[in-house]
Unconditional design. Structure first.
Length: 68
């Protein structure tokens, strides 16, 4: 099974900060960029990252297959 990493569609992100609030080891809201970013895609297990994705009101975070 391939490893997955979270990816943010920065064009769709509304910079609400929910992802960082739920999983700060992986996500950070960058006020200077105006959107959230993935700071450590493997910083938490998938079962901790998925709730952050589910809390995103813009639904702009998705799973992508990690490059080996």
């Amino acid at each position: 099974m391939a490893n997955k990493i979270p990816v943010i569609d920065t064009e769709t992100c509304i910079a609400c900060g929910n992802c960082e609030a739920v999983c700060p080891a992986v996500f950070r809201l960058s006020e200077s960029l105006g959107h959230s970013e993935v700071i450590n895609p493997t910083g938490a297990p998938e079962d901790q990252i998925q709730p952050a994705m589910d809390q995103c009101p813009a639904q702009c975070i998705s799973w992508q297959e990690a490059a080996d």
